[in-house]
Design a protein. Sequence first.
Length: 398
Amino acid sequence: MTAAEVHRLREDTPGVAHGIHLNNAGAALTPHPVQAAIAEHLQSEVELGGYEAADARADRIEEAYRSVEALLGAPRGSVAFVENATVGFAQALSAIPFRAGDRILTTRNDYVSNHLMYLSLEERLGIETLIAPDAPEGGVDTGALLDLARRKRPRLVAMTHIPTSSGLVQDPAPVGAFCREFDIPFLVDACQSVGQMPLDVEALGATFLSATSRKFLRGPRGSGFLYIAPEALERGLTPLFPDLRGADWVTRELAQPAPDARRFENWEFSWALVLGTGAAARYALDTGIEAIRDRSRALAGRLRSGLDSIEGARVLDRGPELCAIVTAHLEGATEAWVRKLRERGIRTSWVDRSSAVLDYDDQGVDGALRISPHAYNTEEEVDEALDALRTLRPDTRR
């Protein structure tokens, strides 16, 4: 990405004038087109009313579906809008007809909310959660996972593409190919990868893929989406608790699900945020997902190199492929460091042990500072954050 292209991204992003935003793994700064899409629809609701505004902008809403489908390489009618990635993940889980004794096979790097759902299914339905081991270099041992799948024949395989707690990038493609061959549903959490790197749901072999808008995609908070493979829709997979958006009540004993992915949607959610998500998808595509990936990862590499030079700092990211999320344990660091950095105009985040129990227990840490640059950040901002950490550490020890 050229300096001129970075400058254009920054011109499109009003938030860069208000500090150094390095919390894109939490919620990124939105660009002008996203803000405009949301504001225009909210104004239409003021003038027309909520239902009428949605009817008046039906074409733009359909365009939002097409834009997200294009972002994922997904066919028409395979994307449902939901409130966030966790809701999408839960809707997908609810579509699997689990019985007592069934197994879910997953990895050690799940998002915390996903694992909490597995624990709930264990308690309520008597399912078993199998966790594949990591490879020595970090990330799931794909061979071991596939061996478990062959021997245990799980009802579902689930994988978090990029965990919230490190810069690890796991490879879903070989797992997806296996699941497709053996007709096992495959659920991918792409919450941190959508907008940060190219995604192709067909190449990943995903039956379901959940994602959010607010992170690297740079869309609004409170909006996400769920991809459902056409063959899963044809097989009749539906959420456990549909509402009138997703199904028609035909007779006392019969409901007819919607023919496409919208069977996984709810009637009531914000169309303004859906339009903002569509605008974010178009903005990412226009910018170039490969360019975003390369730029943001280069900045993350600069961060890791700088952290390696700070006494008492240890970068926690492990794996053959690392992304634009940088996590580090620094001697004496606590969640208070996020506030201290914010006082200096630098926005980061803290990940505590409860969000990464398996990984952080293995690494012997109870939390980590998470710094996540995006393509609109600059090298100077990264260096300023590193300088702040160097000067912050002695102050914090007192």
